[in-house]
Design a protein around this ligand. Structure first.
Ligand SMILES: NC(=O)c1ccc[n+]([C@@H]2O[C@H](COP(=O)([O-])OP(=O)(O)OC[C@H]3O[C@@H](n4cnc5c(N)ncnc54)[C@H](OP(=O)(O)O)[C@@H]3O)[C@@H](O)[C@H]2O)c1
Length: 241
């Protein structure tokens, strides 16, 4: 899909990958509606991109955002998300709900509401999942939300052939994500990549109509092993993390 002069909605646009993608899409000529929770950071990105800014807590519901849309978007990028690290038993029930509500319920509800417009526009959907969709120890709920998102995207792709659907599986990206999830990124390898590199790969995926974008690309090997030999993947993941 070509984004020039099309209306694009980006969630999670006040920070990290979503902010980098907003800048990239604006550079490609898209008209933008950006949403996030922090009014100041969101406004800063909106001013740099000429976007309409909509402050909304998507974990609490999607109606505020839907009511504020000026027209039906041709491109919808689901980027808002939070993580949670630590043993499953130590995660509070409220935190579990927050992850499910923001990472999975909100994109499902938004897609449901916006799909008729996307079909009519022959538009495009992007779901920013994670390589954690394959299953990461200490991130069970986060992994479940991202795997759910990936499965949802796979189904919508088949159900709505007029709409392009791209799922994005990033590895570690250098954003405030790790500080917010409650545990810093402490691995020496792989090194976190820059958010603008992810944005570049997403923009390419939209242009080409890619089904799945794995970034950095070598992580696609993990996805292949997971698909072909899940027991081997689990053993290797336990051993190497
Ligand atoms: N960073 C990584 O290593 C990594 C790897 C794989 C996948 N991802 C995924 O990439 C996406 C973007 O993450 P990021 O790395 O860019 O993290 P980030 O910098 O923390 O950005 C997260 C975005 O989500 C928004 N958000 C959080 N809670 C929200 C809520 N309740 N309602 C509405 N918006 C909310 C934030 O808005 P405010 O700041 O305004 O609250 C922010 O714009 C997430 O879905 C994440 O799971 C990240």
């Amino acid at each position: 899909m070509r984004v020039a002069d099309r209306l694009a909605l980006v969630t999670g646009a006040s920070s990290g990958i979503g902010a980098a993608l907003a800048l990239r899409l604006a550079g490609d000529g898209a008209r933008l509606v950006l949403t996030g929770r922090d009014p100041e950071r969101l406004q800063q990105v909106a001013e740099r991109t000429g976007a309409k800014a909509v402050v909304a807590d998507l974990a609490a519901g999607v109606d505020t955002l839907l009511d504020a849309l000026p027209a039906r978007p041709a491109l919808v990028v689901h980027c808002a998300g939070v993580g949670a690290a630590g043993p499953l038993e130590e995660l509070s029930p409220a935190r579990v709900d927050e992850l499910l509500d923001l990472n999975l319920r909100a994109p499902v509800q938004l897609t449901r509401a916006l799909l008729p417009g996307l079909r009519a526009e022959r538009g495009h959907l992007v779901f920013v999942a994670s390589i954690a969709a394959l299953g990461v120890a200490g991130e069970a709920v986060y992994s479940a939300t991202k795997a759910g998102l990936r499965g949802f995207a796979d189904a919508v792709r088949i159900e709505a052939p007029e709409v392009g659907v791209t799922t994005v599986l990033p590895g570690a990206v250098d954003t405030p994500y790790f500080g917010r999830r409650g545990r810093a990124y402490d691995r020496r390898f792989p090194r976190p990549i820059r958010a603008d590199r992810v944005a570049e790969e997403i923009a390419r995926g939209i242009r080409r109509g890619s089904v799945e974008v794995v970034v950095p690309r070598w992580l696609a090997l993990g996805a292949k092993v997971h698909g072909a030999a899940p027991a081997l993947f689990a053993r290797a993941s336990r051993r190497f993390g």
